[in-house]
Write a protein that binds this ligand. Structure first.
Ligand code: AMP
Length: 142
């Protein structure tokens, strides 16, 4: 297994070296909006632990990610009035992973509306701010 690279973009976000549209944080996880959302409200949940993928993450750290994903999923459904949710997590390039710090995608879905292809469009910062505010408000109700 390739070693964890501490200079990946999500490690930089965790260290505060790169900005993000944060929606949730606790001692173990951070959740923020994907800058190239495949659906409105597309959120990434990441561990604070330096884990590359599901193979090398410690179970306790993964359970924190799972707990936060469960929470974000409920808030995303409410905030975006979603009909459903797509939850994805990719491992290694062959598995579709592009950023090598474990992350779970939470994507609100609406009937009849397809996901955009990955990395197809960088969302406007104002739209992301608005979506983060909606998610934060919904999280306060959970
Ligand atoms: P993957 O590694 O294929 O599971 O996906 C990586 C995801 O990270 C993609 O959906 C990108 O749009 C997203 N992404 C890349 N850089 C950033 C960033 N600086 N802030 C938020 N999302 C990002």
């Amino acid at each position: 297994m390739t070693a964890y690279d501490p200079n990946n973009i999500f490690a930089k976000i965790l260290r505060g070296e790169f900005p993000c549209h944060k929606v949730f944080e606790d001692d173990h996880v951070l959740a923020f909006l994907d800058i190239m959302p495949r659906s409105p409200g597309h959120t990434l949940v990441i561990p604070k632990a330096s884990a590359r993928n599901i193979i090398d993450i410690k179970l306790e750290d993964y359970l924190h990610v799972a707990r936060a994903t469960h929470k974000i999923a409920a808030a995303a459904k409410t905030a975006f009035n979603a009909d459903g949710l797509t939850i994805q997590q990719f491992n290694e390039a062959s598995g579709g992973q592009v950023v090598f710090h474990l992350h779970v995608h939470v994507m609100p879905r609406h009937d009849g509306i397809a996901l955009l292809p990955p990395a197809s469009r960088r969302e406007d910062a104002k739209v992301l701010e608005d979506h983060a505010a909606k998610l934060i408000a919904a999280l306060q109700g959970t």
